[in-house]
Design a protein around this ligand. Structure first.
Ligand SMILES: C[S@@+](CC[C@H](N)C(=O)[O-])C[C@H]1O[C@@H](n2cnc3c(N)ncnc32)[C@H](O)[C@@H]1O
Length: 306
């Protein structure tokens, strides 16, 4: 369990998460959603509070915030981080955290003006259960907002290296990550591309005024790779220098790939190629030859409770 937590922390809460949004885009979303009218917001699967920390200052003055997560450790960190950022709101009891499962929230029905999550539903075996709980605790005519990626697509985006790979290699990459995705779903670990299905899920759950947007943030890399953001983006590549399996938890990837119909020989060959590619990338970064636009598709879907 401790190991699993450590892995989750390094996978979910890398430094790059601090750069997930452009501030002016958050301003725009806040206007579209009229957050200034909202007196309460619940962030489900809040982790360290990266998402609600961005939305909180846009709420009506004196608004209250509830962060929910099933892991107490993240909640303790989130509380400290919020306390540093918004000490008066925490001291006034307007910021609270609760350990609870997203599929069975210990929260009254119709309680919040806005209920939101960022990269939570993609981790649930039954994402509808999470969405329906979010809707239950939203007040009538309140807003439900979910932010979920299309990670299969994101894993396959081109950079200055992969754009030159031969077709067979690219098809192998697609098959590998597709089996990973399918295996993950089969094992009840959620759908890494759930963002693609969100608007339909909102409609099926009876939400109205559904709006679908894409996050406008990219994570470009280009020489001389200056600044904290590019350093954070390079972190997974540097991790290949330290470990045979780079940023990946090998056992977990193996489990998902095999459950998705993959075989051991293909797994070994794929990891060996990914490692070689990462080493080539590292050398190209040192020489200032590597670049990528760093697009990452993330859907932002909102809807009103009738
Ligand atoms: C990828 S992290 C995202 C954290 C945060 N929303 C953010 O965007 O930074 C997923 C979070 O969902 C939480 N989580 C996963 N399954 C959950 C469940 N069934 N109930 C409550 N929280 C859950 C995890 O503990 C983790 O904090």
């Amino acid at each position: 369990m401790e190991n699993e937590k450590k892995e989750q922390k390094s996978a979910w809460f890398r430094d790059q998460r601090d750069f997930w949004w452009n501030d002016d885009f958050i301003d725009l979303l806040a206007q579209r959603w009229r957050l200034a009218d909202a007196e309460s917001l619940a962030d489900i699967g809040c982790g360290l509070g990266h998402w609600s920390r961005l939305l909180f200052p846009h709420l009506r003055s004196g608004a209250r915030l509830l962060g929910v997560d099933r892991q107490g450790e993240w909640l303790r960190c989130a509380r400290e981080i919020f306390n540093d950022a918004y000490p008066a709101s925490v001291a006034a009891g307007r910021v609270e955290f609760q350990q609870s499962d997203a599929t069975a929230l210990a929260v009254c029905s119709d309680a919040f003006d806005v209920v939101t999550c960022q990269t939570l539903l993609m981790h649930l075996a039954e994402p509808f259960e999470g969405l329906n709980e979010m809707i239950r605790i939203t007040r009538p005519r309140g807003l439900v907002i979910c932010v979920e990626p299309s990670n299969l697509f994101n894993m396959l985006s081109f950079d200055s290296f992969t754009s030159e790979n031969d077709t067979e290699t690219l098809v192998q990459d697609y098959e590998f990550w597709l089996r990973f995705q399918r295996g993950r779903i089969a094992l009840g670990k959620g759908d890494i591309s759930l963002g693609e299905l969100l608007p339909g899920m909102f409609a099926q759950s009876g939400l109205t005024d559904i709006r679908v947007h894409l996050r406008d943030k990219a994570f470009p890399l280009y020489p001389p790779y200056a600044g904290a953001e590019q350093s954070a983006t390079l972190e997974p590549i540097h991790e290949w220098e330290k470990s045979e399996t780079g940023p990946w938890d090998y056992d977990q990837v193996r489990r998902y790939f095999l459950a998705g119909g993959g075989d051991e020989a293909t797994l070994a060959a794929q990891f060996s190629r990914m490692r070689e590619e990462a080493q080539r990338q590292s050398r190209a970064i040192s020489d200032g030859r590597y670049h990528s636009a760093g697009g990452a598709t993330v859907y932002i879907v909102s809807g009103r409770k009738p």
